[in-house]
Design a protein. Structure first.
Length: 404
């Protein structure tokens, strides 16, 4: 009976209920859309990092991850074929590819420039580097032996173009100096501006000839689904640890991604608090007005034998109903807006340290939606507590006198 009365009261005071529902719905829509925007940013940023540089998982000697940036050729993987054959059958692994990293000098005949380079398997890398844009020329192909891909910034520094002849100087694994003449096959742009300013890519066989080794120092795994990264990494680690090799996921390899996620998570938490306060204040104001206007009604209920806590329960039921209706409407509106905005897209400028902009969307993340529903309901119910207690404390005579 009391529940039916609460429903009737919600729909009886339409203007007042409408104001409350608008405040709840606004908060729910704002939280879902902002959370969806941030999570889409995480997804696109992660995929750009994975498919331009790191892959999903990398396997190497622990020393390479810890201190191998200056002399990566020192930390080569023993039994490379055995490592690749043990990783390839893991569930979720789409491709396994070897890389040989090195540092050296690249010369255009007039200027030498320090570079970081990688020898790669072009046929396998083609499936991985889908976020790398070839600005001029072409990508490396399986038959290449003396071709090189040059980063955009490095190409500008040395005035290189497709077809340009360059000389690469590096130190072999035995400490001797070695050079190789290469032809620029193409100019590439990855996600990272800093990387493009000093990076080159050559075929793995050319890198091995340059360094005087048949080995590689990294094995990169490409997965069929990024969400499987943690599971595959755990399986790979259980195999590789016995070989004395370390396994790193793309999140662990990218400080930029970790710092970006931490920054936006904190901003989103602040936004959550602000919207929660806005919803609570808006609902509190609406409920306070409703309780004040209905003192006569509550006085009549008390005079007919209802206790003060019956009035509190009635008000809290009404707040709960408003919370449920408001959050449901907010979720529906947010879902519709997310679909429309995602279909249109939001053009975004390039993030810091990047040359590449992107088109943002609004992701409907189940965790964010559930958290938002909880925030909307809790904020609304809590907002009704103080007005309900105030209605309980007023005497029957005062309540009836205000209604007169």
């Amino acid at each position: 009976m009391r529940f039916a009365l609460a429903i009737r009261n919600v729909f009886r005071h339409r203007a007042r209920s409408g104001m409350t529902l608008a405040a709840i719905g606004f908060g729910v829509v704002a939280l879902i859309l902002s959370g969806g925007f941030v999570h889409d940013l995480y997804r696109q940023l992660g995929e750009s990092i994975i498919h331009s540089q790191s892959g999903h998982i990398q396997v190497a000697r622990p020393e390479l991850f810890a201190q191998g940036s200056r002399s990566p050729e020192k930390y080569r993987i023993p039994d490379l074929a055995g490592v690749e054959s043990s990783l390839a059958p893991l569930p979720g692994v789409k491709a396994v590819m070897a890389r040989l990293g090195f540092v050296g000098l690249l010369s255009n005949g007039r200027t030498d420039f320090p570079i970081i380079g990688e020898g790669v398997e072009p046929a396998k890398e083609a499936d991985l580097t889908t976020s790398v844009t070839i600005l001029a020329g072409r990508a490396l192909s399986a038959g290449d032996r003396s071709q090189v891909l040059v980063g955009e910034g490095l190409a500008k520094e040395l005035a290189l173009a497709p077809g340009s002849a360059v000389t690469l100087l590096a130190t072999t694994v035995d400490g001797a100096m070695n050079t190789v003449d290469l032809e620029v096959a193409g100019i590439f742009r990855s996600f990272s501006r800093d990387y493009d300013a000093r990076a080159i890519t050559i075929p793995l066989q050319a890198a091995q000839d340059l360094m005087g080794t048949a080995d590689a120092n990294r094995v990169v795994l490409l997965l069929d689904d990024t969400s499987k990264t943690a599971d595959v990494a755990a399986r790979a680690a259980s195999i590789m640890n016995a070989r004395g090799l370390a396994v790193k996921t793309w999140q662990q390899l990218s400080d930029f991604y970790a710092n970006t996620v931490e920054l936006y998570d904190r901003q989103f938490q602040v936004l959550n608090v602000i919207i929660l306060l806005m919803v609570a204040l808006g609902v509190t104001n609406a409920v306070n007005m409703a309780v004040f206007e209905r003192f006569g009604e509550f006085g009549t209920m008390r005079a007919l034998g209802n206790r003060g806590w019956d009035v509190v329960r009635l008000i809290m039921m009404e707040c709960t109903l408003l919370a449920l209706i408001g959050t449901a409407a907010g979720v529906a509106v947010a879902a519709l807006l997310a679909l429309v905005v995602s279909a249109i897209g939001i053009p975004m400028p390039a993030p810091p340290n990047s040359n590449v902009g992107y088109t943002a969307a609004i992701a409907l993340v189940p965790r964010v939606v559930l958290q938002t529903i909880a925030v909307g309901i809790v904020a609304t119910v809590l907002a009704g507590v103080i007005p309900a207690l105030r209605a309980r404390r007023i005497s029957i005579a005062d309540a009836l006198r205000q209604a007169a």
